[in-house]
Design a protein around this ligand. Structure first.
Ligand code: PFF
Length: 449
């Protein structure tokens, strides 16, 4: 059977950028930046993106396109019967975990969309918002709404994944990413012109390193992976659908640039508003759900823009959930010769069930902690700050030491047919910089050394 694939350069870019751009940029980046003190954290984040993210991004594309296979078999094809395929196993496992809690937050977005459409959301005053939002997400007992929305998110994701790459993934991403960007720019202007906005700008751009902890550095690294969809073979899987003529180095740069620009833009929307309205930057996962409606409240045609924006975030989150689901679906479909539909339904159901405790963490399971973390926080921490960096470490080691830089560069340059000026920097990064950097950060911040 011929494998499905992307039909155009813009389609690949939109799908991969669609995977990268999501709740990580608009929800997670602002809230962890707020918790970690602002500019200094952002600086470390940018260093991680630049020195580790870009090389790992290219590595995933190169492996995927060379092997033209799924997360696990790709390693097996390139290095048969070697332990490297464990990297893919880890990726499949991580997909289950991330999607399980990601769908909690995507569900909140959909819950808000419902209220924006009926006009309810715009009638809530900023002072009432924390309570209002708190009631929505307080899952358990008689409030099953967040679980219902989580279910909706999983069903939509499953449907698109069943449709396959060209018809499903590519079509939806292409259209919507550019609109999201435009709207963020409008919002950034609104936020920057609020009275007292400068404090937010300072928070974002004036580093104070005393506010950054060792754990903050791990968070920055973990978030670099999370935001770029790296370390769990998602980009590798998308890379496997890319044709042999595409220029992978520039593709890697473009995805990274788009993702980082959107995250920074989201920060510029959120923080000036947080300070202008006297909200607290470190309020945690609910930050954007309180801040954004406050900004819209102060805007002409605010309720219309609010609805549009929420719909776009909803879509941005779906282009990410489909990429997460694609990792296990492509593996189980190809390896066990099962129908894509059956596999998708089964995996979607398992992930939905796994996600329920995360959703309940903001309600009836709020007091239950494991290692001092709620179930939601534990899933997020384990996947984002441990499994993704470990995955990235293994991918760099595979390129640098397992498969070899020469082979990787051969694939990256389409067998020497295109120029790749930074090939030796790429080699150095995958051989030494990324593995050592990730390893040291992991050991330090988990208290091993
Ligand atoms: N990069 C996505 C975001 O920032 O929302 C989340 C994500 C998607 C993480 C795919 C990991 C992944 F493999």
């Amino acid at each position: 059977m011929k494998r499905d694939g992307f039909s155009s350069r813009f389609g690949i870019l939109a799908a991969a950028a669609g995977s990268a751009i999501g709740l990580g940029n608009i929800w997670r980046f602002p809230y962890i930046t707020g918790e970690n003190g602002g500019a200094a954290f952002i600086l470390v984040y940018l260093v991680c993106i630049f020195l580790i993210g870009i090389p790992v991004m290219l590595s995933e594309l190169v492996i995927g396109r060379n092997a033209q296979s799924n997360a696990i078999s790709s390693f097996d094809k390139i290095k048969p019967n070697s332990p490297w395929k464990f990297t893919g196993v880890l990726g499949v496992l991580t997909a289950f975990i991330i999607l399980s809690f990601y769908s909690t937050i995507a569900g909140w977005v959909f819950a808000y969309i419902g209220r924006a459409v009926t006009g309810q959301l715009s009638s809530i005053s900023p002072a009432e918002l924390p309570q209002y939002f708190g009631n929505i997400i307080n899952a358990g007992g008689s409030n099953l709404e967040p679980i219902l929305w989580q279910f909706v998110v999983m069903v939509i994701t499953g449907f698109i994944v069943i449709a396959g790459i060209k018809k499903g993934v590519e079509k939806y991403s292409k259209l919507l990413m550019p609109i999201l960007l435009g709207l963020l720019v409008v919002l950034a202007i609104r936020s920057l012109t609020l009275e007292g906005a400068y404090k937010g700008v300072e928070f974002l751009f004036k580093p104070d390193f005393s506010s950054l902890s060792v754990e903050g550095v791990l968070e920055a690294l973990g978030h670099a992976f999370f935001s770029l969809s790296l370390g769990m073979c998602t980009i590798l899987t998308y890379g496997s659908y890319v044709n042999k003529k595409e220029r992978l180095p520039s593709l890697a740069l473009q995805i990274t640039f788009a993702d980082t620009a959107i995250a920074l833009l989201a920060g510029i929307v959120i923080f000036p508003a947080v300070f202008a309205y006297g909200l607290s930057p470190d309020s945690g996962p609910d930050l954007i759900f309180i801040t954004l409606p406050t900004v819209f409240y102060s805007m002409p045609f605010g309720s219309f823009f609010q609805m549009l924006f929420l719909v776009l975030i909803g879509i941005a989150s779906i282009t990410s959930t489909i990429s997460l689901l694609e990792v296990p679906v492509s593996y189980f479909t190809e390896e066990f010769k099962l129908s894509r539909k059956k596999v998708t339904i089964l995996i979607t159901s398992i992930i939905f069930l796994l996600g329920i405790p995360s959703t309940l963490s903001f309600g009836s399971l709020g007091d239950v902690t494991i290692f001092g973390k709620t179930f939601f926080d534990l899933m997020d921490f384990t996947a984002s700050n441990i499994l993704l960096p470990v995955g990235g470490l293994l991918i760099s080691l595979f390129i640098g030491w397992g498969w070899g830089i020469r082979n990787a560069v051969k694939e990256a340059t389409n067998d020497g047919n295109i120029e790749f000026k930074l090939a030796s920097a790429y080699g150095f990064a995958t051989k030494y910089l990324a593995p050592i950097g990730i390893f040291v950060i992991l050991l330090y911040s988990t208290g091993v050394i």
